[in-house]
Design a protein around this ligand. Structure first.
Ligand code: F6P
Length: 354
């Protein structure tokens, strides 16, 4: 068993509801079960560039943070110590400052670090682990697109936010006989669009995994009109693959707006667009996310106690387990276009714009 006296905790990448629940759980387990000191590294790996900004996490400092969104430690999705951007002599330069980061962690007396982050942050964690830092990972993304874990915390809360928005949009869609386009997050995968679309009763769902055409979307709208349904809700994932004619316009505007214009022309309908944006990452975590985040925080501490460095906690079925970070990174969990969820959606009349 490793000789651990002090651990660090860092949050990296975009925030997600449940980050504070992980910080709280890991801090409590480390102090109450093992008597370790806990140091909060601020603003992701950037915090190891300026170690004097680190803060001690105590039972008092994590008290009351369970229901809070965001991260009390701060985060960034730019800080990479292997290609750190700095301005020198008026010019932007890129430097590898990873040796300094490892040395700073040691100077802080940190024996092991828990990094809570998505694929990008875990890739950096793995490189730092290879440089000799004792690291364990906790997966995080509202997109739920990491293949190493069945679910990431934050996703469930985002689903609540988006399905609530779709419910509200339903009433104006029906009252005004409009097409309502709802753009949701999902940079590479369509999990939020698909699951929130199902939960919110959307009529068309557009995801990166299923190519669509405007004609396909308009055909679906026209079929609904023929059946007396004079409104349609289209949920689109931000990462959807655009038809060729969209490429140029998409650089200027969000996919939701570009799509809305095209549908208005193609279906000859009044269209309104809601881009939900970062509200999907905010708010108090759902009970499911609080519980999963707490389980992950405690499991990360147990992993350190057992010397399981270079590993990341994950959910497999009902159980919290761990996998090697090196095998976990770089593998997206995409929606299966022929899978049960998509087949269920099709069975209840949802179109995918084909
Ligand atoms: O990966 C999570 C995510 O929320 C994506 O869905 C989205 O594209 C991205 O982060 C947005 O990041 P930023 O906060 O930098 O705008």
């Amino acid at each position: 068993m490793p000789d651990i006296r002090c651990i660090g905790i860092a949050t990296g990448g975009g925030d997600a509801p449940g980050l504070n629940a992980v910080i709280r759980a890991a801090t409590k387990a480390a102090i109450l079960k093992y008597g370790w000191k806990v140091i909060g590294i601020v603003d992701g790996f950037d915090g190891l560039i300026w170690p004097d900004k680190a803060i001690e996490l105590t039972l008092q400092s994590v008290s009351g943070i369970l229901p809070r969104g965001g991260t009390i430690l701060g985060t960034t999705n730019r800080g990479n110590p292997f290609c750190y951007k700095a301005v020198e002599g008026g010019k932007e330069v890129t430097r590898d400052i990873s040796d300094q980061v490892v040395a700073n962690a040691r100077q802080l007396g940190i024996d092991a670090i828990i990094t809570i982050g998505g694929d990008g942050s875990q890739a950096i964690s793995f490189e730092l682990y290879q440089k000799g830092l004792n690291l364990v990972g906790v997966p995080k993304t509202i997109d739920n697109d990491l293949s190493a874990t069945d679910i990431t915390f934050g996703f469930d809360t985002a689903l609540h936010t988006v399905s609530d928005a779709i419910d509200k949009i339903h009433t104006t869609a029906a009252s005004h006989h409009r097409v309502m386009v709802v753009e949701v997050m999902g940079r590479d995968c369509g999990w939020i669009a698909l699951e929130a679309g199902l939960a919110g009763g959307a009529h068309v769902i557009l995801i990166p995994e299923i190519p669509f055409t405007i004609e396909g979307v308009c055909r679906h709208i026209a079929a609904r009109e023929r059946n007396g349904k004079r409104f349609t809700i289209v949920v689109v994932a931000e990462g959807v693959k655009s038809p060729m004619e969209f490429m140029e316009k998409r650089r200027m505007s969000s996919i939701g707006n570009v799509l809305g214009d095209a549908i208005a022309k193609g279906a000859n309908k009044e269209v309104r667009v809601s881009v939900l944006g970062h509200i999907q990452r905010g708010g108090t975590p759902s009970p499911f996310d609080r519980i999963l985040a707490t389980r992950f925080g405690v499991a990360a501490v147990e992993l350190i106690a057992a010397g399981g460095f270079g590993r990341m906690v994950c959910l497999k079925g009902e159980r919290v387990e761990s996998v090697e970070i090196k095998t976990a990174i770089g593998h997206l969990k995409t929606v299966d276009p022929n899978g049960e969820l998509v087949r269920t959606a099709r069975a209840v009349g949802i179109g995918f714009g084909e």
